[in-house]
Every structure is written in structure tokens, then in C-alpha cells.
Design a binder for this molecule. Structure first.
Ligand SMILES: [Zn+2]
Ligand SMILES: [Zn+2]
Ligand SMILES: [Zn+2]
Length: 653
């Protein structure tokens, strides 16, 4: 430390800028009223520049762009808010919106001035929490043991009211004008680029995706994990997608507008890709391509989970799974996702499938199982490619009501299912015959799908079993108890494969591989040994009570409640015993809630699953102690008091 005080530091810096002054601290603010934060009166030294008839640039803490439409204006990023001083001179009497490309402070530190003037602020959907809930971010951001070095530290210090959000691939309307929102992660994970027509030119406002041809504003913003170069990979990918949009002008947040975008983008991609290879030795996500296993079966093994495309003679496609563009995309978006948000998705491979393999349309997509890494592209396929979702019957409710369950890896966005299939059901799609079977183990909510494609008997088997890794000829498997696994789940799945005699396995991760009966039988022996291990280890003779953490559960697991309304919920009990169980359950919840019935008493037959409905009435004047909290269920089973063995999360609307 050099002993310079903050006030002294500001004075020193200010001496070089124009006549600084510092607002005194608002310590006299009355009790209950939120204290006004201390502000500086620093201001950019630059003057507003005219780029074209109705496009203006003020170089502030970031570039602030003003688009004029008659006497009204729209502003892209806001800097210190100094832009407001120029409106009158430009004949603008009203600013309709401020749109932000990303959450960094230099983009939005003057937003309080917009709030004072009631100008609505619109932010990227996946960074909403870093504006609207910034103070909560600061309550929770880990600083000690810092390995997650992502520069979300450049988040605003006070909450900014958010009027609306910019959805990826959506269109934001400014009267007659359409502003296309392209996801362009790289500089931040939630960054967007905004494309719109300005003075007859397709103009892209790209935030800090690139600074100038071949340059980015800094490197630290591109590092997310310790030693990583994630933002470089993501930025190269985003720039390739931006290039496909063919903008005529790029307006970056730092640096000068680029009048020759195509060349500038190409130069930047090339340099980022070379740098990424130099630092990591890996190929960038941008280079990942699918390949033809046979003429009508395309596989992609480098996406976060493998995905498969079955092509009909007419060019229609059935997708089996469709997750993120790469493991890097998935892993980083997953970690950055706000508690109540869903993971970000950027489109991949669709154009490639059309140009290289003659795909005309995505007709149907089926999940091998309900995990987010296998289906987080499904909402995009429905919304932007008109695809239908078909699945095995026990996945329907997990997909349509994702708040219902506390299972591993659920996508936090409901997915509408158009058709479902029972265990053993056969169906036809285009010129192919399929058979669906239940394939538990990795998760209870998984299918195996059998079909003959180009003469091969293929099993799409999700994450049930993976390629042999040792000389014993045993397929790899895994165990995740939160996914709902029972002691004989894997045995059922491997038996099912043995009975269907596939010769090609198409797994959820890795490339398709050939299998034979000996390998499957050897794997079955291992699964039987696993079952014995469970019995040796678990104290309860009905071993599934030691494997399934949700044998007693509250449905929905994530309850949405509203003061003044009645909420319906269920207690669900899976009896793994060979004898009936007598259950008594009461909810440990806020005292003002009225439960009907107060205590649930019911019998669960041997080996059965039973549900009992109850309702919660919440008084209209009830105030929640926090926006999200937990309730628990207190349980007596066959006269034995087990206590609060299960719970649910409550979100207040
Ligand atoms: Zn930035
Ligand atoms: Zn997986
Ligand atoms: Zn999985």
C-alpha cells in the first residue's frame, strides 16, 4: 500500500480530468430510506461523433451508441450516462430503451441516471441476475480459494431495475424495427450482439467480442477457470456465427467501428484459433464436425454429449439427443447459470448437416434420457426448427414439469412432449422401424432405442454403458444415486441389450462401437456383482432404501407459491418393502400457511408407489422471510418416527 486514501486518489485522478467533485456520503439519509450511493462527477473528455445520419457514438467508459428515429432514441450500452446531455442538441425528446450487450460496470455504471429519468433498461437474459440481483451476487461471490477466476467481479455494485430481457435468437422490437439478438459469448459468458438496420446498413453492436481486426480488449476477461482459455474458444465460435449474419458495420464497445466486418472477423478468428491451439494444444469448438457412420446415420462425438441424426430418404431428420456445441460450452454455461435460470444454448451443426449431408429439416428429436447435457438444445429445436419431441413415457413429466423433481442434471425449462412410448412399444418413422425399451441404471428416466439403419442393428443406449476400457470385455457404466437408481437397474438394462442383440452401440458419450454377445454377458456378470455389493453394504435388508434418496418426496420439489393463492402439492412414497407401510407425514412450513389435511395418513402397498394430495393456503398478507427457502416433511413410518427425511424448495412469486 502506498498510503493514498480513496478520496486522495480520486482527487489525483480527477486533477487530470475536468473539474472533479465528489458527492458527499449520504450518511444523513433518514432511517428506512435507502442511502444514496456516493458518486463522482467524472465525465468523458470526448465529444459525440456522428457515424451516419442517425447513428452516433460517444466514447465514454465504453462506447455508447445512440440510434435516432425522429425525435426518439435508442441507446446501446450506457457508460457514465453522459450521452443524456447530447439528446436535446440532436432533437431527441425521449429515449425509449437502453440495451446492454453485457453486464460489465463500464457498460452500465451510469444506469442510475437512466433510472432517475425512468428510461427502461434491457439486458441479456442470461446476465439478468448480474444487473437486477447484483447485490445478491456480491453476498455470495467467493473470493477466498479462488479457482473460478471468471471476471464476474466486474459486476455493478448496486441492483439495476431491469425492464425486459434480450432472449438469444429472439427479436427485440423497437416500434417497426427488429433487433436480432445473437448469442456471442467470449468476453463474458452471457454476452449478446445486437443486429439491426441503421441508415440502410446491417449494423452489429457486438460489445467486447472484438476490439479491432485481430485484437480483443483484454485477455483476463476470456479466462473462466484456473489456467483456462475458455473465452478464446467461445469468442472464435461466436465470431464465426456473427460472420454468417453478414453485417455491413460492426460497432464494438471499445475501439472504432469496423467498416469491413468480414475481413476483420476472419482475421480475429484466425488469430484466436492459433492462440487457443498454442495455449491449450486443443482444437477449438469451432472445428468440431459430425461424420457419417453409414449413409443415413450421422454421429457427433465432440459435442458435450454425443448426438445422432437418422436421415430419411426425403431429407427429414430424427435427432437422438442434442446438447451443447462442445464440452467447453456446456461446462462453462452450466456453472454460470443463475439458480432459477436454464443453461445457455448456442446453435450448432444444423447448417453443416444441411450442406454436407443433405438434411432438409429436423422432424423429431428424442432424448436418450432426461439429462440436460443431452437435451438442452431441444427448446431451440422446437422454437426455431419446428421439431417435435418424442420420448419414453416416464420422461414426459420430468421434461414438462422440471420443477417437480430433485434429480441430477435437470434442464430448468419445460419441454413440450408430442408423443410418448411404452416399454416394448414399436413405431414407424419414415422408412424406419423402432422399438423403445426402458433402460434404467444411469438414471431411471432412460430408454434404449433399437433400429436397423443401413443394415446395422443399432442400439441408442444413452449413458447406460460406454465402450470397453479393459481387456475383460466389460462395458463401462456409472452410478449416480441422485438420478434414481435401484439395485437391479443395471441388470435390467444389460439383459435388455442382450435380448435385442445389437451389433452397433451408439452411446451418449463417445463414438458408436461394435459389440458382441460375449461382452454383454461379461458386463451382466459385473452388474450382478454390483447388486451383491449393494446388499453387502446397505444396512436395510430392503436395499433400495439405501440407494434412492427420494423414496419419500414432496412433489413438486421446487414449489412456486404466491400469497393469497392455494398451492397443490403431493407427498409421494415408494415402498421398497415386501410388506405394506403405514405412513404419517406433516409439513414443517411457515406458521401462517394453512394445510389441508394438516397431517397425511395413508398406507402404501408392498412394492408400490403412492401419492397423496394436499393443499397449501397462503394468506394474502403473508410476507416470505426470503425469496427462496426450504420446507421439510416430518415422517412416521410403521410407528417409527424417522423425522424430517425429505424437503422441498419454495420460491415466492
Ligand atoms: Zn466488458
Ligand atoms: Zn451424459
Ligand atoms: Zn446422463
Amino acid at each position: 500500500m502506498n498510503g493514498t486514501s480513496r478520496r486522495g486518489f480520486l482527487r489525483t485522478v480527477g486533477a487530470a480530468a475536468a473539474a472533479p467533485s465528489i458527492t458527499p456520503p449520504a450518511s444523513e439519509a433518514s432511517q428506512g430510506e435507502k442511502a444514496r450511493p456516493r458518486r463522482t462527477s467524472f465525465s468523458p473528455g470526448s465529444q459525440i461523433r456522428k457515424i451516419s445520419e442517425n447513428l452516433f457514438l460517444l466514447e465514454d467508459t465504453c462506447n455508447v451508441y445512440l440510434i435516432r428515429d425522429g425525435n426518439r432514441g435508442l441507446i446501446v450500452d450506457f457508460g457514465s450516462g453522459k450521452i443524456l446531455d447530447y439528446l436535446q442538441g440532436l432533437g431527441i425528446t425521449r429515449v425509449d430503451w437502453i440495451l446492454h450487450t453485457h453486464h460489465h460496470r463500464d457498460q452500465c455504471q451510469g444506469d442510475y441516471r437512466a433510472v432517475e429519468r425512468s428510461i427502461p433498461i434491457v439486458v441479456p437474459a442470461h446476465e439478468r441476475h448480474l444487473f437486477a440481483d447484483a447485490e445478491n451476487f456480491w453476498r455470495n461471490r467467493r473470493v477466498f480459494h479462488l479457482y473460478y477466476v471468471r471476471n464476474d467481479f466486474n459486476t455493478i455494485t448496486e441492483n439495476i431495475p431491469v425492464a425486459s430481457v434480450l432472449h438469444d435468437y429472439g427479436t427485440f422490437r423497437w416500434d417497426q424495427r427488429a433487433i436480432f439478438v445473437l448469442p456471442t459469448p467470449g468476453h463474458t459468458l452471457g454476452s449478446v450482439s445486437l443486429l439491426m438496420d441503421v441508415d440502410g446498413k446491417k449494423t452489429a453492436f457486438t460489445g467486447d467480442l472484438l476490439h479491432s481486426p485481430g485484437k480483443i480488449v483484454n485477455l483476463w476477461d476470456t479466462q473462466i477457470n484456473y489456467g483456462g482459455a475458455e473465452g478464446i474458444d467461445l469468442a472464435a465460435y461466436s465470431l464465426a456465427r456473427l460472420r454468417e449474419q453478414k453485417p455491413a458495420l460492426i460497432c464494438p464497445s471499445h475501439g472504432n467501428p469496423l467498416p469491413d466486418p468480414d475481413k476483420g472477423i476472419e482475421q480475429t478468428i484466425d488469430r484466436l484459433v492459433e492462440y487457443y491451439r498454442f495455449q491449450t494444444g486443443n482444437n477449438p469448438s469451432l472445428s468440431f464436425r459430425g461424420y457419417a457412420v453409414s449413409p443415413h446415420l450421422i454421429a457427433h462425438a465432440l459435442t458435450t454429449s454425443s448426438f445422432y441424426v437418422i436421415l430419411s430418404r426425403g431429407g427429414k431428420a430424427m435427432f437422438i439427443d442434442y446438447g451443447s456445441a462442445s464440452g467447453l460450452h456446456f461446462g462453462n454455461f452450466e456453472r454460470a447459470t443463475a439458480t432459477t435460470d436454464r443453461i445457455r444454448f448456442v446453435e450448432h451443426n444444423i447448417d453443416d448437416l444441411k450442406t454436407r449431408f443433405g438434411m432438409q429439416s429436423v422432424d423429431v428429436a428424442m432424448p436418450s434420457h432426461m439429462h440436460d447435457d443431452h437435451l438442452n438444445g431441444f427448446p431451440h429445436l422446437i422454437r426455431h426448427h419446428n421439431a417435435q419431441i418424442w420420448c419414453y413415457e416416464n420422461m414426459v413429466d420430468v421434461l414438462e414439469n422440471p420443477r417437480g423433481y430433485n434429480l441430477g442434471c435437470i434442464l430448468g425449462e419445460p419441454i413440450k412432449v408430442s408423443r410418448s412410448f411404452r416399454h416394448g412399444e414399436r413405431f414407424r418413422w419414415e422408412e424406419y422401424e423402432f422399438e423403445v425399451s426402458h433402460s434404467p441404471g444411469h438414471t431411471e428416466y432412460q430408454m434404449a432405442l433399437f433400429a436397423t439403419i443401413d443394415g446395422a442393428r443399432v442400439a441408442f443406449s444413452g449413458d447406460a454403458f460406454f465402450q470397453i476400457s479393459d481387456s475383460a470385455g466389460i462395458l463401462r457404466h456409472n452410478l449416480i444415486f441422485r438420478n434414481h437408481v435401484e439395485s437391479d437397474s443395471h441388470i435390467k438394462s444389460i439383459r435388455n441389450l442382450i435380448d435385442h442383440e445389437p451389433n452397433l452401440m451408439a452411446p451418449g458419450h463417445g463414438r458408436p462401437f461394435l459389440v458382441n454377445r460375449e461382452d454383454l454377458l461379461a458386463t451382466e456378470q459385473k452388474m450382478r456383482r454390483q447388486d451383491q455389493w449393494f446388499r453387502d453394504l446397505v444396512a436395510d435388508p430392503d436395499v433400495n432404501f439405501g440407494l434412492d434418496p427420494s423414496w419419500c418426496s414432496i412433489y413438486p420439489y421446487q414449489m412456486l407459491v404466491k400469497p393469497g393463492s392455494t398451492t397443490r402439492a403431493e407427498m409421494r412414497v415408494q415402498n421398497y418393502r415386501h410388506a405394506p407401510m403405514k405412513i404419517e407425514i406433516g409439513l414443517i412450513a411457515p406458521g401462517e400457511w394453512r394445510l389441508e389435511p394438516d397431517v397425511l395418513r395413508f398406507d402404501v402397498p408392498a412394492g408400490a408407489k403412492t401419492r397423496q394430495v394436499f393443499t397449501i393456503r397462503i394468506p394474502s398478507d403473508w410476507v416470505a422471510r426470503s425469496p427462496r427457502f426450504a420446507v421439510a416433511a416430518d415422517v412416521v413410518c410403521d410407528g417409527k418416527y424417522l423425522g424430517q427425511i425429505t424437503e422441498a424448495v419454495v420460491e415466492v412469486q
